[in-house]
Design a protein around this ligand. Sequence first.
Ligand code: SIN
Length: 481
Amino acid sequence: MSADLTNLLDGYLVSGEGLVVDNPATSKPLATVRDYSTGEVTECVEAAAAAFPAWSQKTAKERSVILRHWFELMLAHQEELAQLITAECGKPIAESRGEVAYGASFLEWFAEEAKRAYGDVVPTHKANARIIVLKQPIGVVSAITPWNFPVAMITRKAAPALAAGCPMIVKPAEATPLSALALEKLAREAGIPEGVFKIVTTRNPAEIGKVLTTHPDIKKISFTGSTAVGKILMRQAADTVKKASMELGGNAPFIVFDDADLDAALDGAMASKYRNAGQTCVCANRFYVQSGIHDAFVEQFSARVAALSVGDGAVEGIQVGPLINAAAIDKVEQLVDGATTAGAEAIVGGNRSDLGGDLGDNFYQPTVLAGAQADMAIAHAEIFGPVAPVFKFETEEDVIKLANDTPYGLAAYFYARDLGRVWRVSEALEYGMVGVNEGILSTEVAPFGGVKESGIGREGSRYGLEEYLEIKYCLMGGLST
Ligand code: SIN
């Protein structure tokens, strides 16, 4: 690692036993960081509980100034943070720079929203009384964050928590603790005390997850990751009735109607599917293309996908990096092999990439599968890889049924120009987010989140702050005496 990166991790790297972090592009170790024990994490929870009164009693403006400083420091260190993200998660460097800006945007947004945690005065039901609704910080929050956006998924949780007055303890994914620790270093520099924002790294996520979901001092858990793990965390948190925000798996349909602007649909499809090598929970997972435009779409989409450059994300210009690890490659391979055995045709790709040189085994060819069918496993699983199965459909009614035929409900996309269809389909899709003639939805100003088994709660936007606030109703009586 370069000197600049090591500076940003000063004090966090250990020698000997610890959590070893690999570079998914080369499959070689990058660094070792501390492996927190359950006892040490419990102490961090107690420290957060002790820090809560002072942090929550600061004025909103005082917290806002500190968050704004953190935002500025993130942007000042955008390049080093981006290099860390690429080194540990494999994302192309241009996307990592984008992630740092996206991650920082939550700090900027919630630095402002901190000042707008307004309560209410409700028209009274009694002449001599008044009803006041106060918004108060919920208390200590724990967060468990994923490897695919190792910076932005932390700030999307920490910014509203800290803005509301809540301390937060974050357990980052085992694969990507380095950029999380760099973020913590910048938080300290911005004036955020250790008790108020703490990263705990571990080789033992299940045990640490248990502390973070069961300790009575923790009042809320915020998780981004798979639906299966989200369900376990919710069960664990149930005993102490913690509030939960869950941003879970997806199976996003991407629908192209006959009346779509084909070039716009192709741009959206490329952005939505191949961002981070298809490893985002809002990535298009199933492409439904109406019969009149199907062949043209498949031909032009395949040509664009064939032109993608695959390699080490640290090299400028690379568009598709490695998948995170061997298990991810195995899963994608099984889904593609299952689909082709059942009759789908790989128009582009369809195999692992063998790039040779210093590069390891975590690369998969960008792939387009034509002739996908609803009974194939690939129609129901979250692919999390650079593979686009294309399904042909005939009518609007059919495609809505197909698109909604999943327990997931995170993001959906469709391309159409008929105004009546735009309204009908937007309303009929059972998803928390719908992109209409747009392939990328994410922004700090809009509510991100899913329905059905894709989650609970919203992140970003003015709704994101509410997740960290409790409502207290005060009935003030005896006012006429
Ligand atoms: C995710 O994949 O969990 C988040 C993607 C995004 O914020 O765009």
